[in-house]
Write a protein that binds this ligand. Structure first.
Ligand code: PAF
Length: 256
């Protein structure tokens, strides 16, 4: 596995790869089984798999959330090697944002709803970094988890709006045995929060309406940001103490 900390070095390498069929998985590190499923799907489908590890500051609306975001690069690199990744990008902020974030990609409708309504600027940060990474990596396919449903929809929309030459592949949410969607943030839950957390998914699945789900979650001890039904999915975000969890399920009996 080759490691690139430096963008110029990566660009030279990418030039030499020419028409290679590349699968790309962008991540913010703190890798778990959800990332493993994205990476293994990419490895199975491409001749070369590239992963980025970059905790993107522009998508954090709360400095405390950025500060608390788990970083474990040595462990991440060992996992990526074991999962069969060929190239890893670990750019520094200054290298990835030579413009200091003067230029950014923004979307003016879906990005203002759901998570966007509670995290101002979040999706500008996501779309901007994904655009940069896709331009640098030039993959044939890029893999995103369905857990971040709104992110997935916005990335698809951006790729279509800007005629970008990449297929966006959605991979199903990976869950713990009790239903909790895997997330790097789960490791910040204390024991009693971890016991309560799977109730979030159960309520999204079983409540008769989004409004009822919101009420049931508040009663159970979550602080809901929102629960809403949108294009055949029920999307939600809740706080458990300092930790914010998001999830979504298919409506009308279709299960993910
Ligand atoms: O889903 C994530 O981990 C991030 O939002 C992404 C796509 C890597 C962009 O920083």
């Amino acid at each position: 596995m080759k490691r690139f900390d430096d963008i110029d070095g990566w660009r030279r390498h990418r030039l030499a790869l020419a028409e290679t069929d590349i699968g790309f998985v962008p991540t913010m590190g703190a890798l778990h089984e959800g990332h493993r499923s994205l990476v293994e799907t990419a490895v199975a489908r491409s001749s070369r798999t590239v992963v980025s590890l970059f905790v993107n500051p522009t998508q954090f609306d709360q400095p405390a959330d950025l500060e608390a975001y788990p970083v474990d690069i040595a462990n991440d690199l060992a996992k990526l090697e074991a999962w069969g990744v060929d190239d890893v990008l670990l750019p520094r902020f200054e290298a990835l944002y030579p413009d200091g974030y003067r230029y950014r990609v923004s979307e003016s409708s879906l990005s203002t709803r759901f998570c966007g309504a509670h995290r101002p600027g979040h999706f500008d940060g996501v779309l901007s970094v994904v655009m940069k990474l896709l331009n640098l990596v030039q993959p044939r396919r890029a893999y995103f988890g369905e857990k971040d449903w709104q992110q997935l929809a916005l990335v698809r929309g951006m790729v279509s709006a800007f005629f970008m030459n990449v297929d966006i592949i959605a991979c199903p949410t990976v869950r713990e045995a009790d239903g909790l969607a895997l997330s790097s943030r789960n490791r910040r839950l204390d024991e009693s929060q971890r016991t309560l957390a799977p109730e979030f998914h159960r309520v999204l699945e079983n409540a008769p309406s989004a409004a009822a789900a919101r009420e049931m979650l508040a009663k159970a001890g979550f602080e809901p940001d929102y629960v809403e039904d949108y294009e055949g999915r029920r999307l939600g975000a809740v706080h458990l103490g300092e930790v914010r969890l998001i999830d979504n399920v298919a409506l009308e009996g279709a299960h993910d």
